[in-house]
Unconditional design. Structure first.
Length: 104
């Protein structure tokens, strides 16, 4: 079962920035793009290293551990292409970022 939880006000995150947040047992990485917000588990599918410690270059997120690269708009790997980030549904309501997570 899942639930939607508020994590922060959208105004706290600039366009082109990402932020690590913890919601219960969930470690999340939230990115604000030009026209929307995306959310992924804060772990690289390669070795589990926190994505939030990597660098964000436009819509490219590069893992600090081994340089794996992902498109933060889709969560798809760009180098290598065979991987994908685990996403969480996210929406903004009245200026608050809400993320859907499994109940703990």
């Amino acid at each position: 079962m899942t639930r939607e939880v508020p994590i922060f006000d959208l105004a706290e995150l600039f366009i082109g920035e990402g932020r690590a947040v913890r919601q219960g047992k969930h470690k999340l990485f939230v990115v604000r793009l030009e026209d929307r917000v995306t959310c992924y588990e804060d772990r690289c599918p390669h070795l589990g290293f926190p994505l939030s410690e990597g660098r964000l270059e436009g819509t490219a997120l590069v893992c600090a551990a081994h340089g794996w690269e992902f498109d933060v708009e889709s969560g798809l790997g760009t180098n290598p292409k065979r991987c994908r980030l685990r996403s969480h549904p996210v929406r903004v309501v009245d200026g608050t970022v809400l993320v859907e997570v499994e109940e703990t």
